[in-house]
Design a protein around this ligand. Structure first.
Ligand code: SRM
Ligand code: SF4
Length: 516
């Protein structure tokens, strides 16, 4: 019995993957669309469709979520317009979310429309292939890539090449569709660790070696309900060359595919294999698979800045051009927002839009003499460049509105509380608050100044929505993960609890009520 067969004997996910590869549904979509979602095989419906980015939502049966891939968080106005048209047809059910991986998810999708939607995505140069389940997620890179005068490495082409290798340029690549578990890759090119490299299974971090600029490689970072771990150094430095970066990613993925632990899904992420092998054996195996010698790591990485949030107007390295970061409250976009965002990028910029892991948007390449009229666009009343400090740095996962794992409502509650506290308190500087609806940590509470993780508790004899409180997460230079410092705070008590914390730990001052 092979190790994969042994795992299949123990684990229902391994069993159904062994029976039929998830990617097989790619060729069955026309048939699915004809028979309708209610007639689908349960495993195809609830699991295998995720291999092509189509997520059945038990909270809203019949209205699916479509998770795209946005390498480096970059898309064109024309692409955004196509996505806006797709969600617009679903009326109130249609919307989109910018995700914590610089990506877009569309809501309200009907299964009968999926073949046509896929044809439109393909025609517009987009894909949703392999974006869910045991596949590699959207690959992140600095949202200022190619714009920032202080950037070290422009990661755009590298990120795209790695995605193309993994997904066979978006058509689906069976070599990587049966990993033991999900997998995250980030390629950072700036000095401020804008993508939280250390929480990825593979992280490329800029570093000079003997005067040459390249990347130190970290491996094994992940969050799960059972365990959260920052990535550890692999003791490897690579030059920023596409063939080398792609080969290294391929070798790690194949080693993980063939040797990763599969019997227990709670112990299947890459770090568990690194624990079992030890980092020296891991490095040696990968080097053997690469077929070329790996250089040892550079002594230091070049992450030397506090993380920037990209909001507001910033001069680019191209003289006379600017990028403007717009705050999209908790990442939620309606069709009209998407049309307008696409349009302002076309009219004032270079028809390009970028997304950030803070769930915000950037419009690059706006000439100096077009800035003033850009800033007076009505869209900027909704997507401000100067939001109040708590709202500014607010991140939230999907939560109970659409996610069946959620223990609490997140996005609307996060926004209401941030707005209430912004109205009551004056803050000397931003405080990064991250909400996540359950221990899966999609909203990354461990990287926040204040992280809030949904749970349930008992109050006055009743079960109520509550949060565990995380503090101490640090991003950018010397990034570190925060820890749970207090458990099960009922959500209705949160405004008071957070107000006290903000006053005691973040030097907030109550605002003086204005005299009428
Ligand atoms: Fe996540 C599962 C949403 C980023 C850890 N995540 C889910 C599912 C698919 C569960 C489900 O089927 O309902 C959620 C879909 C809800 C929905 O309808 O939107 C979901 N995850 C999200 C997003 C949309 C949160 C957001 O609002 O931005 C993010 C999508 C990113 C993307 O574009 O691909 C998202 N998820 C993350 C991150 C953050 C990151 O990657 O930096 C994490 C923690 C980092 C990590 O994975 O190491 C994360 N999601 C998980 C886990 C726990 C993984 C584990 O090893 O245990 C699950 C559950 C699972 O995989 O079994 C999960
Ligand atoms: Fe859903 Fe939990 Fe992820 Fe939030 S953290 S999107 S509630 S799985």
């Amino acid at each position: 019995m092979t190790s994969t067969q042994a795992a299949a004997a123990k684990n229902k996910f391994e069993r159904f993957k062994a029976e039929k590869d998830g990617l097989a549904v790619k060729d069955e979509l026309e048939g699915f669309a004809k028979i309708g979602w209610e007639a689908l095989d349960k495993t195809d419906l609830e699991h295998r469709l995720k291999w092509v980015g189509v997520f059945y939502r038990p909270v809203t049966p019949g209205k699916f979520m479509l998770r795209l891939r946005m390498p480096n968080g970059i898309l064109s106005s024309a692409q955004l317009q196509v996505l806006a048209e797709i969600v617009q047809r679903y009326g109130e059910d249609g919307s989109a979310d910018i995700t914590t991986r610089q990506n877009l998810q569309l809501r309200g999708i009907r299964l009968e429309d999926v073949p046509e939607i896929f044809a439109r995505l393909h025609a517009a140069g987009m894909t949703s292939m392999q974006s869910g389940m045991d596949n590699v997620r959207n690959i992140t890179g600095s949202p200022m890539a190619g714009l920032d005068a202080d950037e070290l490495i422009d990661t755009r082409a590298l990120v795209k090449s790695v995605q193309d290798m993994i997904t066979a340029a978006g058509s689906g690549n069976p070599a990587f569709t049966n990993l033991p578990r999900k997998f995250n890759i980030a390629i950072e090119g700036g000095r401020d660790n804008s993508v939280h490299a250390e929480i990825n299974d593979i992280a490329f971090v800029p570093a000079y070696k003997d005067g040459r600029l390249g990347f130190n490689v970290l491996v094994g970072g992940f969050f799960s309900a059972k365990r959260c771990a920052a990535a550890v150094p692999m003791d490897v430095w690579v030059p920023p060359k596409e063939d080398i970066v792609v080969s290294l990613c391929r070798a790690i993925l194949l080693a993980y595919r063939d040797n990763g632990l599969r019997a227990n899904r709670q112990k299947a992420r890459l770090m568990w294999l690194i624990d079992e092998w030890g980092i020296e054996k891991f490095r040696a195996e990968i080097e053997g698979a690469c077929g070329f010698a790996l250089e040892t790591a550079a002594p230091e990485d070049e992450i030397c800045w506090e993380k920037r949030d990209c909001l507001g107007v910033h001069a680019q390295k191209q003289p006379g051009l600017n990028y403007v970061g717009l705050h999209v409250p908790v990442g939620r976009l309606q069709a009209q927002d998407m049309f307008e965002l696409a349009q302002v990028a076309e009219v004032y910029g270079s028809s390009e839009v970028r997304l950030t892991v803070e769930q915000n948007a950037i419009v690059p390449n706006i000439p100096d003499d077009r800035l003033e009229s850009f800033l007076s666009e009505p869209l900027l009343e909704r997507f401000s460049i100067t939001p109040e400090p708590l709202e500014r740095a607010l991140v939230s996962c999907t939560g109970a509105q659409f996610c069946n794992f959620a223990l609490v409502e997140t996005k609307s509650r996060a926004l209401d509380i941030a707005r209430q506290l912004d109205a009551e308190l004056e803050l000397p500087k931003g405080v990064r608050m991250h909400w996540t609806g359950c221990p899966n940590s999609c909203g990354q509470p461990q990287v926040a100044d204040i992280g809030l993780m949904g749970t349930k508790t008992r109050k006055d004899g009743k079960t109520v929505e509550a949060v565990d409180l995380y503090m101490g997460g640090k991003v950018g230079k010397d990034a570190q993960l925060g820890n749970c410092v207090r458990k099960a705070i009922p959500c209705e008590e949160l405004p008071g609890v957070l107000s006290e914390i903000l006053i005691e730990k973040f030097a907030a001052q109550p605002r003086v009520a204005s005299v009428q």
